[in-house]
Ligand binder design. Structure first.
Ligand code: 4AD
Ligand code: MG
Length: 464
C-alpha cells in the first residue's frame, strides 16, 4: 500500500531527512538532462515547491515524458538534504506516478508572466499559479483571523439573511430573487408585476448589507458580527467594486462613535498583523514580484495610529491643498476616491478615519449630531484603497428615526421591525462594515479587486 502523502509545506519544514515519503501535487517545472530530471512540485500548501530528483536510469523514458508542467503526479522517494540552492531538502524519487496528464500543447499555464486579465479568463486554472496561490492562502488566513478576533472579544457570529424582503438600506441597487415566469408573470391591474404571487409573497432580493438584521441581534446578544456575501447591482466597473463581495459587519450595543472607531482601528491592525505573522512567505513573494512597498505599507498600518478628523475638517484641507482634482470639493458633496487618497497618501501619509459627514450623503439610520446638519458616521480610508470601512452610531430614538425615514421618502411599513426594536428597550449602539475584498486587496497589494476573489462577479461577467 502506498504511504500516506505529506503536504509539501510539512515536507519542507517538519519532515526528517532520511525518511521515506510520498508527495502529491502539480508539476511547476521540469528541467534536467538525459541522466537526471529536476521536477519542481507544488501542492498549494505553501508558495514553496519541493524539488524531486529523478535518476533517469531508474525510470521508463515514456512514463517520465508525461511529467510535464501542469501534470498531477505522486512521488515516492527518500527525503534528503538538498545539494542545490534554494531548498533545504529534496526528494530522491523511487517511483513517479502520473495521476493526471496536462498536454504541453494546450495547457494554458505553460509559461510564467501571464497578464492578470488573461488569468481572469482562465479563473478555473489560476489557483495553480504562485500569485493566486499566495492571494487565496492570504484570503483564507484573513477570514480565519476575523473569526478569531471577534470570538476572542466575546462577539457572536450572527447570520443575517442573504435573501431579504427589505430593500430599504439604501446602499445600492439590488438583485431580485424571483421564481415568476419571466415570459408571463402575474400582473396587477396597472400591469405591474404582482409579487404577491411570487415565492415569498412579496418582492425579494439579495441583501446589500446584513446590518439592519445585525442590529436586531445586537439588541439581544450585545455584541455580534456578520461575515457573509452581499450583492450590489451597481454598474461600477472599477478596480474597487464587485457585484458580489463579502462583508464583515459588527454591531455593538452600548457603543458610541468613539468606541466604534477604536474597534475598527484595533481590528484592522490585528488583521494586518495576523497576516504578516502567518503569511510571511506569501506576502514576501507578492512584495518582491509586484509591489516593493507592500511590506512597508503593511508594517506602517500596524505601527501607526490612524488619523481621526471630521468631514468638515477634511473638506477644508482639500480646498486649501492647491491640488487640482477632477471632481470639485464642496461642503455637502460626497468625497471621491481621488480626495480620499489625497488625504491618506499625500496629506497625512497614514490611514484616516473621517467622521460626522453631512446627513444628506449618508444612510437614514445614522444618528444625528446636535447641529442637525451632520451625522455620527465614520469612514476608514486606506492607502491605495480609499474607503475600506463605512459605519456609524445608529439612531436609537424611535421618533427621530421615523421622522428621518419619512423625510427621506422611505416606506416606513417595510421597516416596521427595524422601528419596533426602538420601542422596546432601545439603547445607543454602533457598528460598521468592512469590505472583505478591499482588505484582501490591501494586504496582498493586488491592483484589482477582481483578483482577490476566486470567481469575481462584475458587470457582464459570471462565467464560472
Ligand atoms: O459603506 P457601505 O455601503 O456600508 C454599509 O453597507 C453599512 N451597512 C455598513 C455598516 O455600517 N454595517 O459598505 C461597507 C464597506 C465599504 O466600506 C467597502 O469596503 C465595501 O463595504 N464595499 C464594497 N466592496 C466591494 N465591492 C463593492 N461594490 C462594495 N461596496 C461596498
Ligand atoms: Mg460607504
Amino acid at each position: 500500500m502506498a504511504l500516506k502523502h505529506i503536504s509539501v509545506k510539512k515536507l519542507l519544514t517538519e519532515a526528517t531527512p532520511g525518511s521515506e515519503v510520498t508527495a502529491k501535487g502539480w508539476v511547476r517545472t521540469r528541467r534536467g538532462n538525459k541522466n537526471v530530471a529536476f521536477i519542481h512540485l507544488n501542492d498549494g500548501s505553501t508558495i514553496n515547491n519541493i524539488q524531486v530528483v529523478a535518476d533517469l536510469s531508474n525510470f521508463d523514458e515514456e512514463a517520465i515524458k508525461a511529467v510535464t508542467t501542469g501534470a498531477c503526479i505522486g512521488v515516492v522517494g527518500t527525503l534528503v538534504a538538498s545539494q542545490g540552492q534554494g531548498q533545504s531538502v529534496e526528494i530522491q524519487a523511487k517511483t513517479i506516478e502520473v495521476i493526471g496528464e496536462a498536454d504541453a500543447e494546450t495547457y494554458p499555464l505553460q509559461k510564467k508572466g501571464h497578464s492578470m486579465e488573461f488569468l481572469r479568463e482562465i479563473a478555473h486554472l489560476r489557483p495553480r499559479t504562485n500569485t493566486f496561490g499566495a492571494v487565496f492562502r492570504i484570503r483564507h488566513n484573513l477570514a480565519f483571523a476575523i473569526h478569531k478576533f471577534f470570538n476572542d472579544k466575546g462577539f457572536f457570529y450572527w447570520h443575517s439573511p442573504i435573501i431579504t424582503g427589505s430593500d430599504a438600506e439604501g446602499a445600492g441597487q439590488m438583485f431580485r430573487v424571483s421564481v415568476l415566469d419571466d415570459k408571463n408573470p402575474p400582473l396587477n391591474e396597472d400591469k405591474t408585476v404582482n409579487y404577491e404571487e411570487d415565492f415569498f409573497g412579496k418582492k425579494a432580493s439579495l441583501t446589500v448589507s446584513g446590518q439592519l438584521e445585525g442590529e436586531l441581534g445586537a439588541m439581544g446578544l450585545g455584541l455580534i458580527y456578520t461575515f457573509g456575501p452581499t450583492f450590489r447591482a451597481e454598474n461600477s466597473n472599477t478596480a474597487r467594486h464587485l457585484a458580489e463581495f463579502w462583508m464583515i459587519e459588527p454591531e455593538m450595543a452600548f457603543y458610541e462613535l468613539e468606541d466604534n472607531m477604536d474597534l475598527a482601528e484595533e481590528m484592522l491592525q490585528y488583521l494586518v498583523k495576523y497576516a504578516l505573522e502567518n503569511c510571511a512567505d506569501d506576502i514576501k513573494f507578492l512584495n518582491d514580484l509586484y509591489d516593493k512597498e507592500l511590506l512597508s505599507r503593511l508594517d506602517f498600518v500596524v505601527n501607526n495610529q490612524f488619523q481621526r478628523l471630521t468631514y468638515t475638517e477634511a473638506v477644508e484641507i482639500l480646498k486649501s491643498s492647491g491640488k487640482k482634482f477632477e471632481f470639485k470639493v464642496d461642503w455637502g458633496t460626497d468625497l471621491q476616491s481621488e480626495h480620499e487618497r489625497y488625504l491618506v497618501e499625500q496629506h497625512f501619509k497614514k490611514p484616516v478615519i473621517l467622521t460626522n459627514y453631512p446627513k444628506d450623503i449618508k444612510a437614514f439610520y445614522m444618528k444625528a449630531d446636535e447641529d442637525g446638519k451632520t451625522v455620527r458616521a465614520m469612514d476608514v480610508l486606506f492607502p491605495g484603497i480609499g474607503e475600506i470601512i463605512g459605519g456609524s452610531q445608529r439612531e436609537e430614538d424611535h421618533d427621530k428615526l421615523l421622522a428621518r425615514i419619512r423625510e427621506m421618502g422611505i416606506d416606513e411599513h417595510e421597516l416596521w421591525w427595524y422601528l419596533d426594536i426602538r420601542k422596546f428597550g432601545t439603547c445607543p449602539h454602533a457598528g460598521f462594515g468592512l469590505g472583505f475584498e478591499r482588505l484582501v486587496t490591501f494586504v496582498t497589494g493586488m491592483s484589482n479587486i477582481r483578483d482577490v476573489v476566486p470567481f469575481p462577479r462584475f458587470p457582464k461577467s459570471a462565467e464560472f
